[in-house]
Write a protein that binds this ligand. Sequence first.
Ligand SMILES: Cc1cc2nc3c(=O)[nH]c(=O)nc-3n(C[C@H](O)[C@H](O)[C@H](O)COP(=O)(O)OP(=O)(O)OC[C@H]3O[C@@H](n4cnc5c(N)ncnc54)[C@H](O)[C@@H]3O)c2cc1C
Length: 236
Amino acid sequence: MEAADRPLAGALPADVTAAMTAWYADSGTDLRTRTRVRRVEPGAVLLDDGSRLLADAVVVGIGARPATAWLAGSGVELGRHGEVVADAGLRTSLPDVYAVGDCASFPSGRYGERLLIHHWDNALQGPRTVAANILGTAAGGVPAVYDPVPYFWSEQFGRFVQYAGHHSGADTTLWRGDPAGPAWTVCWLRDGRLVALLAVGRPRDLAQGRRLIESGTPLDPELVVDPERPLKTATA
Ligand SMILES: Cc1cc2nc3c(=O)[nH]c(=O)nc-3n(C[C@H](O)[C@H](O)[C@H](O)COP(=O)(O)OP(=O)(O)OC[C@H]3O[C@@H](n4cnc5c(N)ncnc54)[C@H](O)[C@@H]3O)c2cc1C
């Protein structure tokens, strides 16, 4: 049951999720979009249109919000998603208070916007910057800046799905491989440089792409779309 018109609507554009939507039917899963759940009852799920689905088990996957209400009035600034607003060094608005992981947004110099990331890798990397700042500040050093290439992975119907970077609707979309096939990659370029990629069953593309995003190496779009060519050699 999916309230939006497609799965992963918050993370990926419609042409990419179209390929993924087919995975549900292929596996015999009945995906119902534009379908809102009103409540879960013993043995059933009640939908917004009043219909009732019998259910032995219910898995709820509707995202998460930081539980930060207890910080109201503390002097720690909260953002519009209820998250802690951190600076580029992951400091909050209170001296000596830092925030990392799912609860904190930070200004990304790399992407020119504030990011709020709910992924494991972000929770792993952020504390390194905080530790460096606590120790470095104490020693009078240069403040460490948190500016990661975001990364997450998922497994869907036996496929390994990985995403690195951050893209917007204005970026150029390039496909590597046939989205109807078992393995393909989508690359997003801005000003000729890779800013994000989604790799399905192509972990090598992901590893190479992540480094290309970090280095900001200019790419040749005509070479990028050749799935036989290692992504790292598609440079302009
Ligand atoms: C079902 C599920 C699947 C996921 N799958 C993936 C995946 O495939 N790939 C991926 O990259 N990420 C995945 N994630 C996201 C990933 O787990 C999170 O991004 C990561 O755990 C965030 O770490 P964190 O330390 O910021 O927060 P959390 O792991 O949420 O830890 C926060 C802790 O703070 C505690 N806490 C909250 N409020 C208070 C309080 N007032 N006082 C004291 N303690 C408090 C909580 O109890 C919790 O233990 C998944 C998450 C879920 C729920």
